[in-house]
Design a protein around this ligand. Structure first.
Ligand code: DGJ
Length: 727
């Protein structure tokens, strides 16, 4: 519920459990006054105490009042060049060579429902209580107007923000920084939690205390990246998994991003989040509008776990789209780790056949089915079927697979091209390259300049043709390198700063076209594993391959970190062969199944090579997943331990049904020492008033949560599951 108090000139955004308040100051500056637990009312600007602060300048409009300075005011969209020396929200090169941007309130509107952003992914309001606040601010002299958009999704305690910048002036303006959100926190000591990592080690939580200065997380790789994720948390020092205040923020965007936290001279904190200013500029002609991507914020007073659960539900039900968003996904088998590029139709069929006999529902043919793609040196860009491998094209194979009672899925990497490809030989200028400079390769490939209409159209036409040529139910959309040499032959020199963002917009445009034309198609995002796991992609692809690292022990960490923002239903997770190709570790088959079952679940091996005993386990795993999927996908997720804590001997998690009548615990022993201490496992999320059955024995919900279960001694890498049912 959005409330405007005309007497105080405050606007308050209320969700079920949180309040967010801003105040229109007499100068027109839009002050930020509160974000935290829900309040009954009040004007929180009383907390801003005017003070004459040295070296904090005073604007002309307050005359000789030395207590008013933008440098000390908490704001909704900070200015640049007029005395606020903290992080600016917007920077621009104006026609006269100046850079000042200073926005004042013009008007605001409140509407039912949640705004949408043209060409950009965004949360939507269907099925929940949603409202939109639009506040228009104007710079006095440049003609720049910003529309601050706020979406309120009450049930999830989710507040979204986005910004539209319009040039109402007579001269062109070059935007060089446009934050999607700016948020000022009052005095306090905070920690900044980011999701760091690397290829095969995605989304490792990093927690650090803020000290005076600017702390950042971001990507300049053209995609959201393995190394940093466009999700982070600001929290109190003593906030834990289950208690304390925290503010989670996600950018609904898949390109370069920057999250900055400035801890100021007065121990306040300013957060800005948006497209990374690195190589960014956007020429805004008179009358044109630039839209900055959406930022999504959740406040939790009950620790990090509750914050995650709010994000999970909102992402699953009001960001992901299409029929698959809330449905059980087909249990799939993917041939990549089994065959790499070395397969033909018969090999794929034989993998599918063995899989069909144990209940696997979909065969996904990975990289290597097109062009001269026999290794990663060539073929990307040539989306014609390699008939030496697949005689007659995709349809005969897809139909044979259908004949096994399975669906058929396929891998693509549409954004890329190899120099050794017909496409590149025909269109040397379709790949990003700065004229006169040598190219920079990644995995022997170059990036297609999708900002050019004809290139985008080529990609879209080929994807359409592929999807129409055979019964294809699923696409794995991969992206195996970062962007470099970003320069487009399709844009004039003064617009080259737009290429990174236009590239992301083009990817979204292609994905949107596929979504409209093939509404039942399930697309799984992927980028060399989980290098583009973000809220932007989840709008188009309800699941994303978490990591190329399928080692169950490493996956515990990857899935743990991913769960800070993203739901289990979005985590591509498969059982693969041992020793693992990346870690060379062998883990029990059961353990690999328990870990993969905490995601979308599937297999990444050749079942023809399994023993009878392992095949029996596959059957059991599939039967279990068919029973448990709803808990995993629709239930609430609880992290019961932290696999990054060196002193913990196990990693455990839990899925609890919304009505708290069923739960599933997964646990893996991460280390084992001689004569070990007996570990206790305290459960979460159950109803303390109800009794639950575990393995035929009855326990109180209170007992399970407050006293816990004494765990058996397990061997290192051994796993167990507890199925819990209310009696
Ligand atoms: C990277 C993906 O993460 C893998 O699963 C596989 O699809 C390869 N690319 C294929 O090149």
């Amino acid at each position: 519920m959005i409330q405007y108090d005309a007497s105080q000139r405050t606007i308050t955004l209320n969700t079920h459990r949180t309040s967010y308040q801003m105040k229109i100051h007499s100068t027109g500056v839009l002050l930020h006054t509160y974000y935290g637990p829900r309040l009954r009312g009040g004007d929180l600007s009383r907390l801003i105490c005017p003070e004459d602060r040295g070296f904090s300048p005073n604007p002309d409009e307050v005359g000789l009042d030395r207590t008013w300075s933008l440098d000390t005011q908490p704001q909704e969209y900070s200015s640049s060049g007029v005395g606020d020396f903290r992080l600016p929200s917007l920077e621009a090169d104006l026609d006269d060579g100046s850079h000042t941007a200073d926005f004042r309130y013009v008007r605001h509107t409140v509407e039912e429902g949640k705004y949408a952003l043209e060409g950009l992914p965004a949360f939507y309001g269907e099925g929940v209580t949603a409202q939109t606040l639009t506040v228009e601010l104007k710079d006095c002299c440049s003609g720049l107007t910003v529309e601050l958009l706020y979406g309120v999704l009450e049930e999830y305690d989710l507040i979204t923000r986005a910004v539209r910048v319009r040039n109402d002036g007579a001269a062109p303006v070059r935007l060089t920084r446009v934050a999607s959100a700016c948020l000022d926190f009052p005095v306090g000591e905070h920690d900044f939690i980011t999701l760091g990592g690397a290829y095969a080690r995605e989304r490792e939580p990093v927690r650090a205390a803020l000290s005076q200065g600017v702390h950042t997380a971001g990507s300049v790789r053209g995609s959201s990246s393995h190394q940093q994720n466009p999700f982070f948390v600001l929290c109190d020092k003593d906030t834990t998994e289950d208690a304390g205040r925290c503010w989670g923020m996600a950018l609904v965007y898949s390109g370069n991003f920057l999250a900055s936290m400035e801890h100021t001279q007065f121990h306040e904190t300013r957060m800005t989040l948006g497209i990374h200013p690195f190589h960014f500029s956007w020429l805004l002609q008179p009358g044109e509008t630039f839209t900055a991507p959406e930022a999504a914020m959740v406040f939790s007073a009950q620790g990090l776990g509750h914050m995650s659960r709010l994000f999970h539900r909102a992402i699953r039900l009001n960001l992901c789209r299409g029929p698959w968003k809330d449905q059980r996904r087909p249990i799939l088998i993917n041939n990549w780790e089994a065959t790499l590029f070395h397969f033909d139709a018969d090999k794929i069929y034989s993998i599918a056949k063995a899989a069909s006999q144990v209940g696997v529902e979909m065969m996904v043919m990975d990289d290597g089915w097109f062009g001269e793609r026999n290794d990663d040196f060539g073929g990307l860009g040539d989306w014609n079927v390699n008939e030496k491998k697949l005689p007659g094209g995709l349809a005969p194979l897809a139909e044979r697979i259908q004949g096994l009672g399975m669906k058929f899925g396929i891998w693509v990497e549409p954004e890329m091209v190899n120099e050794n490809s017909d496409l590149y030989r025909a269109h040397l200028d379709w790949a990003f390259q700065v004229p006169g400079r040598p190219v920079t390769r990644g995995r022997y490939q170059l990036v297609l300049d999708l900002t050019r209409e004809e290139v985008k159209q080529y990609v879209l036409d080929n994807l359409r043709a592929m999807l129409r040529s055979a019964p294809i139910s699923y696409v794995k959309w991969d992206m195996n390198r970062s962007l470099t040499d970003v320069w487009s032959a399709g844009l004039p020199s003064q617009r080259q700063g737009e290429v990174y963002h236009r590239f992301v917009l083009a990817v979204y445009e292609i994905l949107e076209a596929l979504h409209q034309e093939f509404p039942d198609l399930l697309i799984e995002g992927c980028s060399g594993g989980g290098g583009r796991f973000d809220c932007g992609m989840l709008y188009y692809t309800p699941q994303i391959w978490c990591s190329d690292n399928t080692d169950a022990m490493d996956r515990l960490r990857i899935q743990y970190g991913t769960s800070f923002c993203y739901p289990c239903a979005s985590m591509g997770a498969h059982v693969s062969a041992v020793p693992n190709g990346l870690t060379h570790r062998s883990t029990p088959f059961h353990t690999r199944g328990v870990v993969a079952a905490a995601g979308t679940f599937g297999y990444e091996l050749d079942l023809n090579e399994l023993s009878q005993e392992e095949l029996a386990q596959v059957r059991e795993q599939i039967a279990a997943f068919r029973t448990d999927w709803e808990l995993v996908m629709r239930g609430d997720y609880y992290r019961l331990s932290n696999p990054f804590r060196p002193e913990d001997s196990f990693c455990a998690w839990m899925h609890v049904s919304q009505d708290r009548s069923r739960a599933l615990v997964g646990l893996v022993q991460t280390q084992r020492h001689a004569n070990p201490v007996r570990p206790l496992l305290r459960l979460k999320g159950l109803d303390p008033e109800r009794d639950y059955r575990i393995d035929g024995r009855i326990y109180g919900g209170d007992e399970l949560m407050y006293a816990g279960l004494a765990l058996p001694f397990l061997d290192e890498c051994q796993a167990l599951q507890y199925h819990i049912e209310a009696v």
